[in-house]
Design a protein around this ligand. Structure first.
Ligand code: SF4
Ligand code: SF4
Ligand code: FES
Length: 236
């Protein structure tokens, strides 16, 4: 089978005598038997470390779980600086966690969590920091200051924790280049290998923002364009 890989020097075709393999197995085979200069990253080989994210035929995948098909075009993630071949610099995306202070600020130890409370943000805690959602996000593609999907998902994870005492402060920190800049296009959800929907988390953060008196800036500017209700449907 043939695999096409976009490298620093351009798209290169490789032929493999293997069938029914993952993309990572194909890359390992090429590196050990054909071209030792091919560069990519991987770690766990079991979809938990997030280090092997890349794109196949324009869609974000984890190389260790994607089953290779004949003629696939493999490229690095979009919207992040390429270090070499299929390795991108994810630090820019991770830096938004720091900018938004996406962590527990003030934890009350006196408020017990029930199993139901834990379920509220269980899924968001499963993020493996693969940055696929940043690659897929059209807003981040044009605004490098947009806090982006996983940072906003992480903010929801803490805002929704009933032990967090500084919810208002957290909501304040995501008003600029944050919740209102998202177009709710859902591309991040489709790209996420963990089934996390940052789009849905952003809708919840918008609802929470409105509880603290914030309104969609597109309404306040008088244009009334782009507003959405809690369920994501247009609101007028
Ligand atoms: S829903 Fe929002 S965060 Fe997700 S990809 Fe679209 S614009 Fe980006
Ligand atoms: S939210 Fe999903 S796509 Fe985004 S970094 Fe986390 S695991 Fe990856
Ligand atoms: S190698 Fe860890 S997620 Fe693929």
């Amino acid at each position: 089978m043939k695999i096409r890989i976009k490298r620093d020097s351009g798209i290169i075709d490789y032929n493999l005598d293997l069938e029914d393999i993952t993309l990572l197995e194909a890359l390992n085979s090429i590196k050990t038997t054909q071209d030792s200069t091919l560069t990519y990253s991987s770690g766990c080989r079991s979809s938990v470390c997030g280090s092997c994210s890349m794109r196949v035929n324009g869609k974000e995948v984890l190389a260790c779980s994607y089953k290779l098909k004949d003629g696939d075009l493999v490229e690095p993630l979009k919207n992040l600086p390429i270090i070499r071949d299929l390795i991108v610099d994810m630090d820019k995306a991770y830096s938004f966690n720091k900018k938004a202070k996406a962590w527990q600020s003030s934890l009350s130890k006196d408020i017990p969590l029930t199993p139901e409370d834990e379920k509220i943000n269980e899924l968001q805690s499963d993020c493996i920091l693969c940055a696929s959602c940043y690659s897929a996000c059209p807003v981040y593609a044009v605004n490098g200051e947009f806090l982006g999907p996983f940072t906003l998902t992480r903010m929801w994870r803490y805002v929704s924790d009933k032990r967090e005492l500084n919810k208002k402060e957290k909501i304040d920190d995501i008003q600029t280049n944050g919740v209102w800049d998202c177009t709710l296009c859902n591309e991040c959800t489709l790209a996420c290998p963990q089934g996390i929907s940052s789009k849905v988390d952003i809708e919840k953060l918008r609802f929470k923002s409105s509880e603290y008196g914030y309104i969609d800036p597109s309404f306040s500017s008088g244009f009334g364009f782009g507003g959405t209700s809690f369920d994501g449907s247009p609101s007028f």
